[in-house]
Design a protein around this ligand. Structure first.
Ligand SMILES: [Zn+2]
Length: 334
């Protein structure tokens, strides 16, 4: 059942920039003109028209409702789907300042489906005039575990999240035909599994918060949804240690290379690179490789620190043992 978009400004014949006073004046004029009581010969048409005018005024005269309405962009249908099955909000009687005509007894239907989706039902249960406090839904925080590689490259990721949604049985009221709702135990909310696609920026940091607007707790009484904050947690990596924007790696190097100098292949977040080992390097020597760390927030990259770890030969042959003995003799004579 597709929801039909309503152009409330057009219905009242006012520009989008109209002041509350102008909106009230336009409503007053049209409501007088179209009130069913003064149109006995075309009652049906007048009722429809009057309902439409009242609905437009209900939204545009209320700063919060008008803001919600104005914020409905090209994605309003998606938002309508999000709202559908959600909380049916009570409707406050607009402060008509003496010009409001009661439409509570206009028969079936009440306001349009579009109105009811975004601004709540004019249902018989809530009644026209029952005022529900409007409040924005709470923000929700959730941890987003990322591998170091995911943090490095960023990209899209589909998350399955446990979230709160308005209880479908009682439509978020907690009241199921006069009884405490069985499904939500009267809380009005139930736990559901929600699938969300998130774009992770490259080089996200530990503790960084990614905001997903409108994905928090549902609003109450027509209030906006809260936001969802994903707090990044970077999982320990088997190869690299992360400190700030820099990466640390331990690289085993044969003692011969440490003593005589040479080259060693070192892993990076992209492809392995060849690093020069200076002759006479002590065990544990740390080499800095600029720009091979994590992406920085300010642009550029951190550094990679390579710790050279001496790799001793094991299972020596007789010949090797002999040569080590000679080395030991030479060292003693120095
Ligand atoms: Zn319920």
């Amino acid at each position: 059942m597709p929801v039909q978009y309503k152009d409330y400004y057009k219905i009242l014949g006012v520009p989008k920039t109209a002041t509350t006073k102008e909106i009230k004046a336009a409503y007053r004029k049209l409501a007088r003109e179209w009130h069913p009581d003064v149109n006995p010969t075309r009652k049906k048409e007048a009722e429809e028209k009057f309902k439409e005018i009242s609905e437009a005024y209900e939204v545009l005269s209320d700063p919060d409702k008008r803001k919600t309405y104005d914020s409905l962009g090209a994605d309003w249908q998606q938002r309508a789907r999000d709202f559908a099955g959600g909380v049916r909000y009570g409707t406050g009687a607009p402060d008509g300042g003496g010009v409001h005509f009661d439409v509570g007894d206009l028969g079936d239907g009440g306001f349009s489906e579009f109105f009811q989706t975004f601004f709540g039902g004019m249902g018989r249960s809530t009644g026209f005039g029952a005022r529900t406090r409007r409040s924005r839904g709470d923000d929700v925080e959730s941890t987003l575990d990322l591998t170091l590689r995911e943090a490095y490259t960023g990209g899209k990721r589909t998350l399955s999240l446990q979230t709160e949604a308005a209880c479908p049985r009682c439509r978020g009221t907690g009241n199921d035909r006069g009884k405490l709702c069985h499904d939500c135990r009267g809380t009005g909310t139930v736990q559901t599994q929600k699938s969300l696609e998130v774009t992770i920026p490259a080089g996200v940091h530990e503790g960084q918060r990614i905001r997903l607007a409108g994905q928090g707790r549902p609003g109450i009484g027509g209030g906006a949804n809260g936001d969802l904050y994903l707090v990044v947690h970077i999982l320990p990596d088997p190869v690299f240690t992360l400190k700030g924007d820099d990466l640390y790696v331990e690289q085993p190097v044969p003692i011969y290379t440490l003593a005589l100098g040479g080259e060693v292949e070192v892993p990076t977040m992209t492809r392995p690179i060849t690093v020069k080992v200076p002759a006479g390097s002590p065990n544990g020597r740390r080499l800095r490789i600029p720009g091979k760390g994590m992406p920085k927030r300010s642009g550029g990259y951190g550094d990679l620190y390579v710790t050279l770890v001496a790799q001793m030969p094991t299972q020596l042959s007789e010949r090797e043992r002999e040569l080590f003995r000679q080395l030991a003799d030479l060292a003693q004579k120095r």
